[in-house]
Design a protein around this ligand. Sequence first.
Ligand code: URA
Ligand code: SF4
Length: 204
Amino acid sequence: EPGSDDEGANARTIPELRAAAEGCRRCPLWSDATQTVFGEGPENAIVVFVGEQPGDQEDIAGKPFVGPAGKMLDAVLVEAEVDRSEVYVTNGVKHFKFEPRGKRRIHAKPNAGEVKACRWWLDRELAILKPSLAVALGATAAQSLLGKTVPITKMRGQVVEREDGLRVFLTIHPSYILRIRESADKEAERGRFLADMKAVKRLM
Ligand code: URA
Ligand code: SF4
């Protein structure tokens, strides 16, 4: 039933789950965003990448990681020889949260309640996909996957095992690299992210 609390509970495939999430009202973020941006990728994916939330471009396209952060992620995955056909990409929060600033929409961080509400969908994606590894891109993704806050800068590159046995690889969010202004620092951080993605490749 659209808008009901157990919507999506009986979905057995990703397309069924995606359709159920279109009308989600579990938290207030649906009201200002364009659409639910659900995960995407093959149903037999070995690895699930989890971001924070769709950005401006993802909100309009209805697809995850198609904007600047997605381009950075794609380029590094190619370099790390991670095959995109083996990867499912999604977000911890599936609606774009933003502050209007003139004509622009500026990314706003989802709060703990929104992350918790949207975990409903991520949990069901993981139950259907049964990946061998999840990659948390940044602190919000880690919070969503592990149900608690984790210090990403301290724990990046590490694998944490959940109670259900799912291995979660912790790393930074690619948009962090994009925000660094000094080019040597940016290159260094991109190099660290590439090393993390090569570690993911070995864990696959
Ligand atoms: N950042 C994210 O965390 N997810 C997206 O889909 C795009 C940018
Ligand atoms: Fe539902 Fe998640 Fe959107 Fe909130 S952000 S309305 S929980 S899909």
